[in-house]
Design a protein around this ligand. Structure first.
Ligand SMILES: Nc1ncnc2c1ncn2[C@@H]1O[C@H](COP(=O)(O)OP(=O)(O)OP(=O)(O)O)[C@@H](O)[C@H]1O
Ligand SMILES: [Mg+2]
Length: 396
Protein backbone atom coordinates (compact mmCIF):
# COMPACT_ATOMS: atom_id res chain seq x y z
CA UNK A 1 0.00 0.00 0.00
CA UNK A 2 1.36 3.46 -0.89
CA UNK A 3 2.41 5.98 1.71
CA UNK A 4 -0.49 8.26 0.70
CA UNK A 5 -3.15 5.55 1.01
CA UNK A 6 -1.68 4.47 4.36
CA UNK A 7 -1.72 8.00 5.69
CA UNK A 8 -5.30 8.58 4.55
CA UNK A 9 -6.47 5.35 6.20
CA UNK A 10 -4.77 6.29 9.47
CA UNK A 11 -6.41 9.70 9.35
CA UNK A 12 -9.82 8.12 8.66
CA UNK A 13 -9.47 5.80 11.68
CA UNK A 14 -8.58 8.62 14.01
CA UNK A 15 -11.44 10.78 12.62
CA UNK A 16 -13.90 7.97 13.25
CA UNK A 17 -12.81 7.79 16.88
CA UNK A 18 -13.24 11.53 17.25
CA UNK A 19 -16.67 11.49 15.58
CA UNK A 20 -18.55 9.97 18.48
CA UNK A 21 -16.96 12.40 20.91
CA UNK A 22 -17.93 15.35 18.70
CA UNK A 23 -21.49 14.07 18.41
CA UNK A 24 -21.92 13.86 22.15
CA UNK A 25 -20.50 17.35 22.68
CA UNK A 26 -22.11 19.27 19.82
CA UNK A 27 -25.59 17.82 19.45
CA UNK A 28 -27.23 18.25 22.80
CA UNK A 29 -30.97 17.57 22.77
CA UNK A 30 -31.59 20.80 24.68
CA UNK A 31 -30.15 22.77 21.73
CA UNK A 32 -33.03 21.74 19.47
CA UNK A 33 -34.92 24.61 17.94
CA UNK A 34 -38.24 25.37 19.55
CA UNK A 35 -40.71 27.63 17.85
CA UNK A 36 -42.54 30.17 19.88
CA UNK A 37 -44.59 31.88 17.19
CA UNK A 38 -47.60 33.99 18.02
CA UNK A 39 -49.78 36.13 15.75
CA UNK A 40 -52.01 39.12 16.40
CA UNK A 41 -55.63 39.06 15.10
CA UNK A 42 -54.71 40.88 11.86
CA UNK A 43 -51.95 38.46 10.83
CA UNK A 44 -53.83 35.39 12.11
CA UNK A 45 -56.77 36.49 9.98
CA UNK A 46 -54.56 36.90 6.90
CA UNK A 47 -53.01 33.47 7.40
CA UNK A 48 -56.35 31.67 7.61
CA UNK A 49 -58.06 33.88 5.01
CA UNK A 50 -60.59 35.61 7.31
CA UNK A 51 -60.88 39.15 8.65
CA UNK A 52 -60.05 39.73 12.33
CA UNK A 53 -63.70 40.77 12.76
CA UNK A 54 -64.90 37.44 11.36
CA UNK A 55 -62.64 35.58 13.80
CA UNK A 56 -63.91 37.70 16.67
CA UNK A 57 -67.53 37.04 15.67
CA UNK A 58 -66.94 33.27 15.45
CA UNK A 59 -65.34 33.39 18.91
CA UNK A 60 -68.32 35.24 20.37
CA UNK A 61 -70.73 32.79 18.78
CA UNK A 62 -68.79 29.86 20.24
CA UNK A 63 -67.76 28.44 16.84
CA UNK A 64 -64.15 29.08 17.85
CA UNK A 65 -62.47 28.65 21.23
CA UNK A 66 -62.04 31.89 23.21
CA UNK A 67 -58.78 33.56 22.14
CA UNK A 68 -55.69 33.76 24.31
CA UNK A 69 -54.99 37.20 25.70
CA UNK A 70 -51.83 39.05 26.63
CA UNK A 71 -51.56 41.02 29.88
CA UNK A 72 -52.83 44.13 28.06
CA UNK A 73 -55.93 42.25 26.89
CA UNK A 74 -54.86 41.93 23.23
CA UNK A 75 -55.84 38.70 21.47
CA UNK A 76 -53.13 36.44 20.10
CA UNK A 77 -52.96 33.08 18.37
CA UNK A 78 -50.37 30.28 18.20
CA UNK A 79 -49.68 28.02 15.23
CA UNK A 80 -51.81 25.31 16.82
CA UNK A 81 -54.64 27.85 17.21
CA UNK A 82 -54.47 28.55 13.46
CA UNK A 83 -54.80 24.84 12.73
CA UNK A 84 -57.79 24.62 15.07
CA UNK A 85 -59.42 27.66 13.47
CA UNK A 86 -59.04 26.09 10.00
CA UNK A 87 -60.57 22.84 11.23
CA UNK A 88 -63.44 24.56 13.07
CA UNK A 89 -64.31 26.86 10.16
CA UNK A 90 -63.80 24.24 7.44
CA UNK A 91 -60.94 26.14 5.78
CA UNK A 92 -58.81 23.91 3.60
CA UNK A 93 -55.76 25.49 1.95
CA UNK A 94 -54.24 22.68 -0.07
CA UNK A 95 -55.10 20.08 -2.66
CA UNK A 96 -57.86 17.49 -2.59
CA UNK A 97 -56.89 14.19 -0.96
CA UNK A 98 -56.70 12.29 -4.26
CA UNK A 99 -54.54 14.89 -6.02
CA UNK A 100 -50.75 14.83 -6.23
CA UNK A 101 -48.37 17.20 -4.50
CA UNK A 102 -46.78 19.81 -6.74
CA UNK A 103 -43.04 19.09 -6.75
CA UNK A 104 -41.13 22.37 -7.07
CA UNK A 105 -37.40 22.35 -7.82
CA UNK A 106 -35.66 25.58 -6.80
CA UNK A 107 -33.06 25.02 -9.45
CA UNK A 108 -30.08 26.85 -10.90
CA UNK A 109 -26.66 25.30 -11.47
CA UNK A 110 -25.00 28.47 -10.26
CA UNK A 111 -23.93 28.51 -6.62
CA UNK A 112 -24.97 31.13 -4.07
CA UNK A 113 -28.01 32.47 -5.96
CA UNK A 114 -30.42 31.93 -3.05
CA UNK A 115 -31.76 28.40 -3.68
CA UNK A 116 -31.59 27.23 -0.08
CA UNK A 117 -32.75 30.57 1.34
CA UNK A 118 -35.80 30.50 -0.92
CA UNK A 119 -36.51 26.83 -0.15
CA UNK A 120 -36.48 27.45 3.60
CA UNK A 121 -38.53 30.66 3.43
CA UNK A 122 -41.07 29.26 0.99
CA UNK A 123 -41.51 26.13 3.11
CA UNK A 124 -42.21 28.24 6.20
CA UNK A 125 -44.52 30.55 4.26
CA UNK A 126 -46.51 27.58 2.95
CA UNK A 127 -46.77 26.02 6.40
CA UNK A 128 -48.02 29.27 7.96
CA UNK A 129 -50.70 29.46 5.26
CA UNK A 130 -51.95 25.96 6.03
CA UNK A 131 -50.20 23.84 3.39
CA UNK A 132 -48.40 20.63 4.26
CA UNK A 133 -44.86 20.57 2.96
CA UNK A 134 -42.08 18.07 2.37
CA UNK A 135 -38.61 19.53 1.82
CA UNK A 136 -36.03 17.27 0.18
CA UNK A 137 -32.48 18.50 0.59
CA UNK A 138 -30.59 17.03 -2.37
CA UNK A 139 -27.44 19.08 -1.77
CA UNK A 140 -24.55 17.36 0.04
CA UNK A 141 -23.66 20.82 1.48
CA UNK A 142 -26.82 20.36 3.60
CA UNK A 143 -27.50 24.05 4.31
CA UNK A 144 -31.27 23.60 4.09
CA UNK A 145 -31.09 20.58 6.40
CA UNK A 146 -29.23 22.68 8.96
CA UNK A 147 -31.86 25.45 8.68
CA UNK A 148 -34.46 22.86 9.67
CA UNK A 149 -32.41 22.13 12.75
CA UNK A 150 -31.04 18.78 11.71
CA UNK A 151 -27.27 18.35 11.87
CA UNK A 152 -26.11 16.19 8.95
CA UNK A 153 -23.36 14.78 11.19
CA UNK A 154 -26.05 13.37 13.48
CA UNK A 155 -27.14 11.08 10.62
CA UNK A 156 -23.71 9.50 10.19
CA UNK A 157 -24.73 6.12 11.58
CA UNK A 158 -28.20 6.31 10.09
CA UNK A 159 -28.81 3.90 7.26
CA UNK A 160 -32.22 5.26 6.29
CA UNK A 161 -31.01 8.30 4.36
CA UNK A 162 -31.62 9.89 0.98
CA UNK A 163 -28.08 8.89 -0.04
CA UNK A 164 -28.79 5.23 0.75
CA UNK A 165 -32.14 5.40 -1.04
CA UNK A 166 -30.67 6.91 -4.21
CA UNK A 167 -27.53 4.79 -4.37
CA UNK A 168 -27.84 1.85 -6.77
CA UNK A 169 -25.38 -0.02 -4.55
CA UNK A 170 -27.73 0.02 -1.56
CA UNK A 171 -30.71 -2.30 -1.06
CA UNK A 172 -32.55 0.27 1.09
CA UNK A 173 -35.72 1.20 -0.80
CA UNK A 174 -38.13 2.68 1.75
CA UNK A 175 -38.26 6.36 0.78
CA UNK A 176 -40.85 7.20 3.45
CA UNK A 177 -38.39 6.06 6.13
CA UNK A 178 -36.00 8.90 5.17
CA UNK A 179 -38.57 11.54 6.18
CA UNK A 180 -38.04 13.37 9.51
CA UNK A 181 -40.09 15.79 11.54
CA UNK A 182 -39.17 19.45 11.94
CA UNK A 183 -40.01 22.06 14.57
CA UNK A 184 -43.06 23.00 12.47
CA UNK A 185 -45.68 20.26 12.59
CA UNK A 186 -46.71 20.65 8.94
CA UNK A 187 -43.21 20.60 7.46
CA UNK A 188 -41.31 17.34 7.10
CA UNK A 189 -37.85 16.98 5.64
CA UNK A 190 -35.74 14.40 3.90
CA UNK A 191 -32.38 15.63 5.17
CA UNK A 192 -29.17 15.65 3.21
CA UNK A 193 -26.43 13.51 4.65
CA UNK A 194 -22.75 13.05 4.10
CA UNK A 195 -23.48 9.87 2.09
CA UNK A 196 -25.32 11.88 -0.57
CA UNK A 197 -22.07 12.65 -2.35
CA UNK A 198 -21.30 8.91 -2.51
CA UNK A 199 -24.75 8.36 -4.00
CA UNK A 200 -23.88 10.88 -6.73
CA UNK A 201 -20.77 8.87 -7.60
CA UNK A 202 -22.64 5.55 -7.47
CA UNK A 203 -25.34 6.98 -9.74
CA UNK A 204 -22.74 8.30 -12.18
CA UNK A 205 -21.18 4.83 -12.30
CA UNK A 206 -24.42 3.52 -13.87
CA UNK A 207 -23.24 5.21 -17.08
CA UNK A 208 -20.80 2.32 -17.53
CA UNK A 209 -23.66 -0.18 -17.50
CA UNK A 210 -25.94 1.95 -19.67
CA UNK A 211 -29.58 1.19 -20.60
CA UNK A 212 -31.83 0.14 -17.76
CA UNK A 213 -29.27 1.01 -15.07
CA UNK A 214 -29.03 4.63 -16.25
CA UNK A 215 -32.81 4.92 -16.49
CA UNK A 216 -33.23 3.63 -12.94
CA UNK A 217 -30.46 5.96 -11.78
CA UNK A 218 -32.21 8.98 -13.31
CA UNK A 219 -35.62 8.05 -11.95
CA UNK A 220 -34.59 7.11 -8.41
CA UNK A 221 -35.86 10.29 -6.72
CA UNK A 222 -38.99 10.44 -8.87
CA UNK A 223 -39.87 6.88 -7.82
CA UNK A 224 -39.26 7.69 -4.15
CA UNK A 225 -41.46 10.79 -4.32
CA UNK A 226 -44.23 8.87 -6.08
CA UNK A 227 -44.63 6.77 -2.90
CA UNK A 228 -45.55 9.86 -0.81
CA UNK A 229 -46.94 12.23 -3.44
CA UNK A 230 -50.50 12.21 -2.04
CA UNK A 231 -49.33 12.93 1.52
CA UNK A 232 -48.22 16.56 1.00
CA UNK A 233 -49.47 19.64 -0.80
CA UNK A 234 -46.08 20.86 -1.93
CA UNK A 235 -42.75 19.06 -2.16
CA UNK A 236 -39.72 21.37 -2.40
CA UNK A 237 -36.44 20.16 -3.87
CA UNK A 238 -33.18 21.96 -3.08
CA UNK A 239 -30.55 20.68 -5.54
CA UNK A 240 -26.78 21.03 -5.47
CA UNK A 241 -25.26 23.87 -7.54
CA UNK A 242 -23.90 21.55 -10.23
CA UNK A 243 -25.29 19.39 -12.94
CA UNK A 244 -24.64 15.78 -12.10
CA UNK A 245 -26.85 12.80 -11.43
CA UNK A 246 -28.35 14.41 -8.32
CA UNK A 247 -29.28 17.49 -10.37
CA UNK A 248 -30.75 15.29 -13.08
CA UNK A 249 -32.74 13.37 -10.48
CA UNK A 250 -34.17 16.66 -9.24
CA UNK A 251 -35.08 17.73 -12.77
CA UNK A 252 -36.73 14.37 -13.45
CA UNK A 253 -38.73 14.43 -10.21
CA UNK A 254 -39.98 18.04 -10.39
CA UNK A 255 -43.34 19.08 -11.81
CA UNK A 256 -42.63 22.81 -11.54
CA UNK A 257 -39.46 24.86 -11.76
CA UNK A 258 -38.51 28.01 -9.83
CA UNK A 259 -35.21 29.48 -11.03
CA UNK A 260 -33.58 32.09 -8.76
CA UNK A 261 -31.44 34.64 -10.60
CA UNK A 262 -29.87 37.61 -8.77
CA UNK A 263 -29.94 40.94 -10.61
CA UNK A 264 -26.23 40.70 -11.35
CA UNK A 265 -24.69 40.48 -14.78
CA UNK A 266 -22.70 37.30 -14.21
CA UNK A 267 -25.65 35.47 -12.73
CA UNK A 268 -27.86 36.65 -15.57
CA UNK A 269 -25.39 35.36 -18.16
CA UNK A 270 -24.89 32.03 -16.39
CA UNK A 271 -28.65 31.59 -16.32
CA UNK A 272 -28.77 31.72 -20.11
CA UNK A 273 -26.31 28.83 -20.02
CA UNK A 274 -28.49 27.12 -17.40
CA UNK A 275 -31.55 27.34 -19.67
CA UNK A 276 -29.64 25.80 -22.55
CA UNK A 277 -28.31 23.02 -20.33
CA UNK A 278 -31.77 22.37 -18.90
CA UNK A 279 -33.24 21.95 -22.38
CA UNK A 280 -30.40 19.58 -23.35
CA UNK A 281 -30.80 17.61 -20.13
CA UNK A 282 -34.53 17.28 -20.59
CA UNK A 283 -33.77 15.74 -23.97
CA UNK A 284 -31.27 13.38 -22.37
CA UNK A 285 -33.87 12.38 -19.78
CA UNK A 286 -36.40 11.77 -22.52
CA UNK A 287 -33.93 9.63 -24.50
CA UNK A 288 -33.48 7.54 -21.36
CA UNK A 289 -37.18 6.87 -21.00
CA UNK A 290 -37.80 9.65 -18.45
CA UNK A 291 -39.94 12.30 -20.17
CA UNK A 292 -40.40 15.50 -18.17
CA UNK A 293 -43.07 18.13 -18.62
CA UNK A 294 -43.25 20.97 -16.12
CA UNK A 295 -46.58 22.52 -15.17
CA UNK A 296 -44.79 25.87 -14.79
CA UNK A 297 -41.36 27.43 -15.09
CA UNK A 298 -40.79 30.74 -13.33
CA UNK A 299 -37.67 32.86 -12.94
CA UNK A 300 -37.48 34.78 -9.68
CA UNK A 301 -35.12 37.68 -9.29
CA UNK A 302 -33.39 36.89 -6.00
CA UNK A 303 -31.42 39.41 -3.94
CA UNK A 304 -32.33 42.63 -5.75
CA UNK A 305 -30.71 45.85 -4.46
CA UNK A 306 -32.21 48.69 -6.52
CA UNK A 307 -29.69 51.16 -5.06
CA UNK A 308 -26.65 49.16 -6.16
CA UNK A 309 -25.07 50.32 -9.42
CA UNK A 310 -26.41 48.47 -12.44
CA UNK A 311 -29.04 46.37 -10.64
CA UNK A 312 -32.01 48.41 -11.84
CA UNK A 313 -30.76 47.99 -15.41
CA UNK A 314 -30.33 44.25 -14.87
CA UNK A 315 -33.86 44.02 -13.47
CA UNK A 316 -35.22 45.82 -16.56
CA UNK A 317 -33.23 43.48 -18.79
CA UNK A 318 -34.66 40.47 -16.97
CA UNK A 319 -38.17 41.84 -17.41
CA UNK A 320 -37.56 42.29 -21.13
CA UNK A 321 -35.95 38.86 -21.60
CA UNK A 322 -38.09 36.61 -19.46
CA UNK A 323 -41.37 38.50 -19.86
CA UNK A 324 -44.24 36.34 -18.61
CA UNK A 325 -41.90 33.76 -17.12
CA UNK A 326 -40.52 36.23 -14.60
CA UNK A 327 -42.30 36.71 -11.26
CA UNK A 328 -43.46 40.32 -11.22
CA UNK A 329 -41.93 40.99 -7.78
CA UNK A 330 -38.17 40.62 -7.19
CA UNK A 331 -36.89 39.36 -3.84
CA UNK A 332 -35.19 42.33 -2.25
CA UNK A 333 -31.72 41.89 -0.77
CA UNK A 334 -32.35 42.33 2.92
CA UNK A 335 -30.29 42.36 6.09
CA UNK A 336 -33.26 40.67 7.77
CA UNK A 337 -32.94 37.63 5.49
CA UNK A 338 -29.18 37.62 5.83
CA UNK A 339 -29.26 37.80 9.62
CA UNK A 340 -32.01 35.19 9.88
CA UNK A 341 -30.24 32.66 7.64
CA UNK A 342 -26.98 33.22 9.48
CA UNK A 343 -28.70 31.96 12.59
CA UNK A 344 -30.22 29.09 10.53
CA UNK A 345 -33.73 30.51 10.52
CA UNK A 346 -36.17 32.11 8.15
CA UNK A 347 -37.55 35.58 8.78
CA UNK A 348 -40.93 33.90 9.38
CA UNK A 349 -39.56 32.31 12.56
CA UNK A 350 -37.42 35.26 13.66
CA UNK A 351 -38.08 38.50 15.44
CA UNK A 352 -37.08 41.75 13.65
CA UNK A 353 -33.29 42.15 13.74
CA UNK A 354 -33.38 45.89 13.00
CA UNK A 355 -36.49 48.08 13.04
CA UNK A 356 -39.99 46.67 12.94
CA UNK A 357 -40.56 48.62 9.69
CA UNK A 358 -37.60 46.95 7.93
CA UNK A 359 -38.81 43.54 9.03
CA UNK A 360 -42.34 44.29 7.85
CA UNK A 361 -41.10 45.46 4.43
CA UNK A 362 -39.01 42.33 4.05
CA UNK A 363 -41.87 40.05 5.04
CA UNK A 364 -44.36 41.81 2.76
CA UNK A 365 -41.92 41.50 -0.12
CA UNK A 366 -41.45 37.74 0.40
CA UNK A 367 -45.20 37.24 0.90
CA UNK A 368 -45.86 38.93 -2.45
CA UNK A 369 -43.26 36.80 -4.26
CA UNK A 370 -44.45 33.53 -2.73
CA UNK A 371 -48.07 34.51 -3.37
CA UNK A 372 -47.23 34.44 -7.08
CA UNK A 373 -45.68 30.97 -6.79
CA UNK A 374 -48.69 29.68 -4.86
CA UNK A 375 -50.86 30.94 -7.67
CA UNK A 376 -48.90 28.72 -10.10
CA UNK A 377 -49.10 25.78 -7.71
CA UNK A 378 -52.86 26.07 -7.23
CA UNK A 379 -53.35 26.02 -10.97
CA UNK A 380 -51.84 22.52 -11.05
CA UNK A 381 -54.66 21.05 -8.93
CA UNK A 382 -58.03 20.67 -10.68
CA UNK A 383 -59.79 21.28 -7.34
CA UNK A 384 -58.21 24.74 -6.94
CA UNK A 385 -57.42 25.87 -10.48
CA UNK A 386 -60.53 28.07 -10.55
CA UNK A 387 -59.64 29.69 -7.23
CA UNK A 388 -55.92 30.03 -7.92
CA UNK A 389 -55.91 33.69 -6.94
CA UNK A 390 -56.85 32.84 -3.36
CA UNK A 391 -53.73 31.77 -1.51
CA UNK A 392 -55.31 30.48 1.65
CA UNK A 393 -58.04 28.30 0.30
CA UNK A 394 -61.78 28.32 0.50
CA UNK A 395 -64.33 27.14 2.98
CA UNK A 396 -65.18 23.50 2.44
N1 LIG B 1 -32.87 38.12 -0.09
C1 LIG B 1 -31.65 38.02 0.45
N2 LIG B 1 -31.13 39.07 1.10
C2 LIG B 1 -29.90 39.00 1.65
N3 LIG B 1 -29.10 37.92 1.59
C3 LIG B 1 -29.57 36.83 0.94
C4 LIG B 1 -30.86 36.82 0.34
N4 LIG B 1 -31.03 35.60 -0.24
C5 LIG B 1 -29.91 34.89 0.00
N5 LIG B 1 -29.02 35.64 0.71
C6 LIG B 1 -27.70 35.21 1.17
O1 LIG B 1 -26.94 34.75 0.05
C7 LIG B 1 -26.12 33.66 0.41
C8 LIG B 1 -26.36 32.50 -0.55
O2 LIG B 1 -27.69 32.03 -0.40
P1 LIG B 1 -28.06 30.48 -0.48
O3 LIG B 1 -27.18 29.66 0.40
O4 LIG B 1 -29.52 30.41 -0.27
O5 LIG B 1 -27.69 30.19 -2.00
P2 LIG B 1 -27.67 28.76 -2.74
O6 LIG B 1 -28.03 29.03 -4.15
O7 LIG B 1 -28.47 27.77 -2.00
O8 LIG B 1 -26.13 28.40 -2.60
P3 LIG B 1 -25.46 26.98 -2.96
O9 LIG B 1 -25.41 26.93 -4.45
O10 LIG B 1 -24.11 27.06 -2.32
O11 LIG B 1 -26.33 25.90 -2.41
C9 LIG B 1 -26.46 33.34 1.87
O12 LIG B 1 -25.46 33.90 2.68
C10 LIG B 1 -27.78 34.03 2.11
O13 LIG B 1 -27.91 34.47 3.45
MG1 LIG C 1 -27.97 25.84 -1.31
Amino acid sequence: MSYTVNTLRTMTRSCEQMRDRVKSIVFKPEDRKTLDLTFGPQLAGELVGRTPEALSKAEKEGRLAPPKQQGNGRRFYTLEDLTQIRTALGIHAGKAADEDAVVVAVQNFKGGVGKSTITKHFADYLALHGYSVLVIDCDPQASTTTMFDIQPESLIDDEQTLGAFLSPRSTFDDFAATIRETALATIRIVPSSLGLQDAEWDLTATLREGGQAVREGLQALRIGIASVVKDYDVILLDPPPAMGFLGLNVMAAATGLLVPVPARQLDYLSTIHFMETIAENLEILEQHGTPVDYGFIRIVCSTYSPNKPGEQDMWKMMQATYANFLLSQPILASEEVKNATQSFRSIYESKPSASHETYKRCRENLDAVFGEVIHQIRQQWPSTSNTASSIVGIAA
